[in-house]
Ligand binder design. Structure first.
Ligand code: DQA
Length: 149
């Protein structure tokens, strides 16, 4: 069976590279997406990659993913800390979802320590820059039994 994952980037991540590089690093979103596509090719899986600054669009994209995706890697940006609607969307779709963050949200301001989403995700990976997404991809593959033990 062929495997396709959704990589979903949330608000303000389109500005990576110029946005607080001391926190989020120098890479642009295109740079990160290129690296993710390269990693996916080595794992023989395909990716559909989307970014939105809008909560409703992220929710619609998750709903649609249930028709085609084997799993989702989401960086929900600040919606991590606020969005019960995104949490409900993740809980509503029967797909494994991994929450990822570039920065270590637990080492930052207190309001970032709490995730509304982590409890309905397979797990959370935080603090490894763009590699958080790569780790998320491998975590999903492992969960689906597609990585060597
Ligand atoms: C982020 C962490 C969030 O707290 C923040 O609002 C972001 C980016 C991260 O990738 O480190 O927009 O999700």
């Amino acid at each position: 069976m062929s495997i396709e994952f959704l990589i979903l980037h949330g608000p303000n991540l389109n500005l990576l590279g110029e946005r607080e590089p001391e926190v989020y690093g120098p890479l642009t979103l295109d740079d990160i997406n290129d690296r993710l596509s390269q990693h996916a090719a080595t794992r023989q899986i395909s990716l559909r990659i989307q970014q939105s600054n809008h909560e409703g669009v992220l929710i619609d994209t998750l709903h649609l993913a249930r028709n085609w995706a084997s799993g989702v890697i989401i960086n929900p940006g600040a919606y991590t800390h606020t969005s019960i609607a995104l949490r409900d969307a993740i809980a509503s779709i029967d797909l494994p979802v991994v929450e990822v963050h570039l920065s270590n949200i637990h080492a930052r301001e207190e309001f970032r320590h709490r995730s509304m989403l982590a409890g309905v995700c397979l797990g959370q990976i935080s603090g490894f820059g763009w590699r958080s997404y790569v780790l998320g991809m491998d975590a999903l593959l492992g969960h689906l039994g597609r990585l060597a033990e």
